[in-house]
Ligand binder design. Sequence first.
Ligand code: 3BY
Ligand code: FES
Ligand code: FE
Length: 418
Amino acid sequence: MTRTISAQTLLTRELLERRRPGYSLEAPFYLSDTVLQADMEHIFGKHWLFVAVEPQIPEPGDYVAIEFGSKSILIVRDDDMGVRAFHNVCRHRGSRLCESHQGQLGNIVCPYHQWTYDLTGKLIHAKHMGADFDPSEMGLKTVHVRTLSGLIFICLADDPPEDFEQMAAEMTPYLAPHRLQDCKVAAQVDIIEDCNWKLTMENNRECYHCVANHPELTISLYEFGFGYQPSAENAAEQQRFIDITNAACERWESMGLPSAEIERLDDRITGYRTQRLPIDRAGQSQTMNTEVASKKLLADFTDPALGGLSFWTQPNSWHHFMSDHIVSFSVLPISATKTLVRTTWCVHKDAVEGVDYTVENLTAVWNATNAQDRRLVEESQIGIATGAYQPGPYSPYTEGLVEKFCNWYVNRLNAHSR
Ligand code: 3BY
Ligand code: FES
Ligand code: FE
């Protein structure tokens, strides 16, 4: 029997085979609709995606609708306080069920002919369907969902990668002490970037660009605080940063806060990295003056100087957990050249706006940084689209994690598009 190979498979295979390690990806990876289809099918269709935080759906009936590519997924808090995920598509004639991005539901009622589903996805009401109609076969299509210390991940595959559990086991001791489940969302901002999603992710994996472009972020972020490999050129400054980090980690570990780096970026299906990094100056939080943005600290913390516990996941998120707030970023492709970056700031659920914190102060650093990053990735997209772009070499000292992101991406596409 002859097996037909799709144009998608041919193009992506050819590009993957030509990939030159240590160099940025070829232009079609950022421009082509065919590659985007492969990304949607093999990357976003088969891996664990970070999509929301539990404080977005604190009560039974709360939901968020997550839209990316052509997908629409409902994340729902059920009556037993569990988190469920469904395709936002009616089993009758396919209408989208919820049009709003978030809200509150008793049951899920389709706006078209009012088929009604309960919060477990079971069809409980459909009139005029006759005696032969079996509602038990018409429940909503479920999507795999897992929570990790308040972070909500979904996987669209029938058989999701099992190594999520290994990540959860390793990450829970790092994340759980900040008690994201006991937080509330203080602010959420969506940005649509005119670029391919991989440019957004690659930009996040390096700080080569930080000193020249992020005046607000670099108030709190040490210059050598992110993914630097030792280089002779900066040996003294790097050593100073390592000494500061080691001393801080020893203090945090003695408080029961795991802090050592874990890196599983390109050798796992569910790739991730974590590290608790010191914060410069007052050492407390990613704010304009590096002091806490919320006076009501998270969990039972009494010490505001806990650094920033960063957690980066493949393919689509990063997070910074501090003593007073948690900021999470979810990256979702809309098309080959449009990407949603959703930033969510959480504070203790009892923190009072205007008394313990202001949204302006809480969001100032990352709103400014996101705007700067948006310009950087959009300019990259424009340059790449001119036709003059050819893959350039990554810095071995500052772009090692970009290379690892690309290695993971290429390996995962290779694993699935054969
Ligand atoms: O937020 C991050 O994960 C990092 C910090 C520096 C580069 N990137 C923005
Ligand atoms: Fe939903 Fe008809 S399409 S009830
Ligand atoms: Fe940046």
